[in-house]
Write a protein that binds this ligand. Structure first.
Ligand SMILES: *Cc1c(COP(=O)(O)O)cnc(C)c1O
Length: 426
């Protein structure tokens, strides 16, 4: 079916580890080899062999406006006319920071970096410096990028490939990271009592072990516990930021974090991350304070132009109404299909983040999510791909709905899903 993709993959594995530049792109968990993509537009991506697919990966979240959005593309093209990088401040950086601060309740100042990983790493350093404490509390199945401190019981690719703890992470580093169970406030309290923790870092909606929602009171409970024990609350909104609302999960759930981490949507499809939060904490970052953090290409004019155009579009159009409605239609349709086919499954959804878990009745933490039937997912994935729907090649990732997804796209997706849920591999 995919001749050019196959031959590119053969070449790729000779010169790139595993043939991919990020492990989540591999098809290891679902069988077969990854498709090589040539272009994308709106809700569709097209592979090098000319096959089109309705896309629910959306570059793992950034493409909330749909692929190849005209406003973002034009902003990038315009910016490129003035040069690629200056290593000096630009007006666009100020505008982007002003926009983020105006969107998010808890963010008073913000520092731009180049990826979500970098943002997390920097936020943890800052939390440790601010509190004078070493330990960090994270949750089983939450992914916070691939920095050493958080590559412990991580979600996403680490969970998919069955290596939640990576060799090469020093024991001492991993030892400073305590792991709690998502939605388990008692467990967090116990850890906070035993350890002087610098911070609790959490995905306010977990979207890297499939999609797992915070129970009522979980996020506000975390905030209270952090307050009581002198730890900072860090929201990793790399996925939820600018997706669940302009102000992300903090706006949606009405809980403000001390520090917030961004990635994905904030760059409009270019490599960008950021961390921000309360002024008194952010103030100790260099050059205002002693906590060192730097970046040659941070705030890069082209990346900044893309991010600014994306956030401006999110501000000016009713995107959230549409993507939430499409997410709801998709989730309801998938639930129906599973029920009618007599397949044990559950669908979790937060706004435009949707996940169909096979083989389980609920997923409220990593332990329950991990029980999902990954073999069944593999069959479903293959069936959907054959039917022209591109899903993440893993049970433990979200479906991302963009503003370009139409009712017609969702109907077509559900039509394909009706057949694909019955596909079994081997
Ligand atoms: C993707 C992601 C990251 C890492 O961002 P990169 O840009 O891939 O380094 C961190 N946290 C969460 C919640 C993510 O989903």
């Amino acid at each position: 079916m995919t001749n050019k993709s196959e031959s590119l993959f053969k070449r790729a594995v000779k010169v790139i580890p595993g043939g991919v530049n990020s492990p989540v792109r591999a098809f290891k968990a679902v069988g077969g080899n990854p498709l090589f993509i040539h272009r994308a537009d709106g809700s569709k991506i097209y592979d090098v062999d000319g096959n089109g697919y309705i896309d629910y990966v959306c570059s793992w979240g950034p493409m909330i406006l749909g692929h190849n959005n005209a406003a973002v593309r034009e902003a990038v093209t315009e910016a490129a006319k003035n040069g690629m990088s200056f290593g000096a401040p630009t007006e666009a950086e100020v505008k982007l920071a002003e926009k983020i601060v105006s969107f998010v309740p808890g963010v008073e100042t913000v520092r731009m970096v180049n990826s979500g990983t970098e943002a997390v790493m920097s936020a943890l350093r800052l939390a440790r410096a601010f509190t004078g404490r070493r330990k960090v509390i994270k949750f089983d199945g939450c992914y916070h990028g691939h920095a050493d401190a958080v590559l412990v019981k991580a979600g996403s690719g680490a969970l998919t490939l069955g290596e939640p703890d990576s060799p090469g992470v020093p024991e001492n580093t991993a030892g400073d990271t305590c792991v709690a169970s998502y939605n388990d406030l008692d467990g967090v309290e116990e850890l906070l009592k035993k350890n002087a923790a610098a911070c609790v870092i959490v995905e306010p909606v977990a979207a890297n072990m499939g999609v797992v929602l915070p129970k009522d009171g979980f996020l506000s409970g975390l905030k209270e516990l952090c307050r009581a024990h002198g730890a900072l609350l860090v929201f990793d909104e790399a996925i939820t930021g600018f997706r669940l609302a302009k102000g992300g999960a903090q706006e949606r759930y009405g809980v403000t974090a001390d520090l917030t981490v961004y990635g994905k949507i904030i760059g409009g499809g270019l490599p960008v991350g950021a961390y921000g939060g309360r002024r008194e904490i952010m103030e100790i970052v260099a050059p205002g304070g002693p906590v060192y953090q730097a970046g040659t290409l941070s705030g890069n004019p082209i990346a900044t132009a893309a991010g600014l155009a994306a956030l401006t579009a999110l501000e000016n159009r009713d995107i959230y109404g549409h993507i939430d409605k499409m997410g709801e239609k998709l989730a309801a349709g998938l639930s129906d299909i599973a029920r009618k086919s007599g397949i044990k499954a559950c669908v979790n959804r937060a706004g435009s983040l949707v996940c169909l878990f096979f083989g389980i009745e609920s997923a409220e933490d990593c332990k329950s999510a991990k029980k999902a039937d990954t073999e069944r997912y593999a069959g479903y994935f293959r069936g959907m791909l054959d039917g022209g729907v591109y899903l993440a090649p893993s049970q433990f990732e979200a479906m991302f709905v963009s503003n370009a997804h139409t009712e017609g796209d969702i109907d077509e997706t559900l039509d394909r899903a009706e057949r694909a849920v019955k596909v079994k591999v081997k």
